[in-house]
Ligand binder design. Structure first.
Ligand code: IPE
Ligand code: IPE
Ligand code: MG
Length: 255
């Protein structure tokens, strides 16, 4: 398998629509609290928002969508909430995978799956196998994922592969969980916090960051379009100057 280009080793192609969109879906708890509902009601509504965003991404030609569903630090939450989230994940796997497959979506899960119940892991593996040949959109769910964990597991795999050999960027990125996708062009975090919370630490090197106060259950097509419009308005320089960029763009014809 060839590893997609690296933003620090080459200048990636960019377009009007992000090829890869990565989202921290935050604000479910606050959405529920505002309505005097239990936090878990927000998580339930969050799944509906996922459905809408997946559909909207397909319609806009986004090639890869990566969603942060559960961080390696989310185990610190109250036990009842963690249990609910696991049940919700299982239910979503049971109910949504056929639909994803029918829509030509390739489904992947990244994260340390060793902490999950075997029944969940089984559903994940089955869904990944079923949808492996699809190519309309690759939908990745990050579950028990941590950016530091990802870098460390990749480094350890490099060492096992050839102990003593130098670990290069190219070798390391081949072992990172998202080795099948380009680096995200656009990162969105809903819910108003402006932090990365141990999401894709390696991959966000040159990603455009977008933070919105919209709570995840309220994040709809319109909110996605606002994020994409912001992305379009940015000048992605990858270390170069504005003048250099202008020189590489097609010049308007005189007359
Ligand atoms: C994000 O919403 C969902 C998960 C982390 C699983 P939160 O549950 O973090 O919602 P807030 O941040 O408390 O509002
Ligand atoms: C980040 O949200 C993780 C997910 C959305 C899955 P958190 O709500 O856990 O992040 P912090 O704790 O506010 O940084
Ligand atoms: Mg949160």
């Amino acid at each position: 398998m060839t590893t997609p280009e690296s933003s620090t080793q080459a200048i990636p192609e960019t377009g009007n629509v992000p090829r890869h969109l990565a989202i921290i879906m935050d604000g479910n708890g606050r959405w529920a609290k505002k309505r005097f509902l239990p936090r878990v009601a927000g998580h339930r509504r969050g799944v509906e928002a996922v459905r809408g965003v997946v559909k909207a991404c397909m319609a806009r030609g986004v090639g890869a969508l990566t969603l942060f569903a559960f961080s390696s630090e989310n185990w610190r939450r109250p036990k009842e909430e963690v249990t609910f989230l696991m049940q919700l994940f299982l239910k979503a796997l049971e109910q949504e995978v056929e639909k994803l497959h029918g829509n030509g979506i390739r489904f992947r899960v990244i994260g340390d799956l060793s902490a999950f119940e075997p029944v969940i892991v089984e559903h994940i593996r089955r869904a990944e196998a079923l949808t492996a040949a699809n190519d309309r959109l690759v939908l990745t769910v990050a579950a028990n994922y941590g950016g530091r964990w990802d870098i460390l597991q990749a480094a350890n795999r490099c060492r096992e592969e050839s102990p003593g050999a130098e670990i290069t960027e190219e070798r390391l990125s081949r072992h990172l969980c998202l080795n099948y996708a380009t680096e995200p062009d656009l990162f969105i975090r809903t819910g108003g916090e402006e932090r990365i919370s141990n999401f894709l630490l390696w991959h966000l090197a040159y990603t455009e960051l977008y933070f919105t106060p919209v709570l995840w259950p309220d994040f709809d097509e319109g909110a996605l379009d606002e994020a994409i419009a912001s992305y379009r308005s940015r000048e992605r320089r990858f270390g170069r100057t504005s003048e250099q960029l202008a020189a590489t763009l097609p010049q308007p014809r005189a007359g």
